[in-house]
Design a protein around this ligand. Structure first.
Ligand code: ADP
Ligand code: MG
Length: 249
């Protein structure tokens, strides 16, 4: 579904941000892309959408990503940006959400039904007619996710989807991600969320892949995570404590 073949990228000359990156993702896979600040996670997302161009090859559905196919590929990939402010261009939540479905030639009734359905699923009905510039950061993040879901993309790229969310919204996002069957690439520092949603993890550090494997191995590997300025997910730490306390079960 997605393949990076020897991809390198630098914003500035002689300062490589991604170094010869290769990985592939199967259809339906949910992959967590983790790594310290500045590792290059957001850059990977932007390359996939053709917002940046690097060296090497990126394939989406077997097709090489070139200018000629950007439009087609962007339709398949829904991206939730790290900064949701950059993603809203209509005055209200409803107008933002219905824009793409109308563009995809759904009737207004069909498009509005789709919007209402997603708002209900994310418990955001009350935000429907609110102005985008008058809602809170967490609400913006939620409506950005809702807007992407309304596009029904084949694949979702989520850059820090739970940052800025309170525990209530965070849980809704986690449950929503778990209920979706789309292929997903999710970046986050919220490793508990990654453990809850992804079966596979790619650890990116200093522009290269430091580890790629099952979430239940990588996210339990304290030495590996700490080496890359990350910490064990809280739920895993809890379990470690239980074991080391030597409970007599
Ligand atoms: N527009 C830019 N110009 C120059 N350097 C950038 C730009 N955007 C990001 N960088 C640098 O590229 C590196 C990777 O950034 P990024 O992909 O945003 O990392 P992450 O999302 O993993 O925190 C960082 O060192 C960052 O400072
Ligand atoms: Mg980032």
């Amino acid at each position: 579904m997605i393949e990076f073949q020897h991809v390198s990228f630098s914003y500035e000359k002689d300062r490589p941000v991604l170094k010869d990156l290769s990985f592939h993702m199967e259809k339906g896979e949910k992959v967590g892309l983790i790594g310290p600040n500045g590792a290059g996670k957001s850059t990977v997302m932007k390359l996939l959408l053709g917002l940046l161009e690097g060296e090497g090859k990126i394939l989406v559905d077997g097709k090489e990503l070139t200018r000629a196919v950007y439009e087609e590929v962007r339709r398949k990939l829904g991206l939730v940006l790290q900064n949701s402010d950059n993603q809203m261009f209509m005055p209200t939540v409803y107008e933002d959400m219905i824009f793409a479905p109308l563009n995809y030639k759904l009737s207004r009734e069909e498009a509005e039904a789709r919007v209402d359905n997603i708002l209900a699923r994310l418990h955001l009905e009350d935000l429907k007619y609110r102005y985008n510039h008058k809602i809170s950061g967490g609400e913006k993040r939620m409506t950005a996710i809702a807007t992407i879901l309304a596009m029904e993309p084949e694949m979702l790229l989520m850059d820090e989807p739970t940052s800025a969310l309170d525990p209530y919204y965070r849980r809704i996002v986690i449950n929503t991600i778990r209920s979706l069957s789309q292929t997903m690439l999710i970046t986050s520092h919220d490793l508990d969320m990654i453990l809850d949603t992804c079966s596979r993890v790619i650890l990116l550090s200093d522009g290269t892949i430091a580890a790629d494997g099952a979430a239940k191995y990588i996210l339990y590997d304290q030495a590996l995570l700490e080496k890359h300025h990350l910490e064990l997910p809280l739920s895993v730490m809890g379990r470690e404590k239980e074991t080391s306390a030597g409970e007599p079960w």
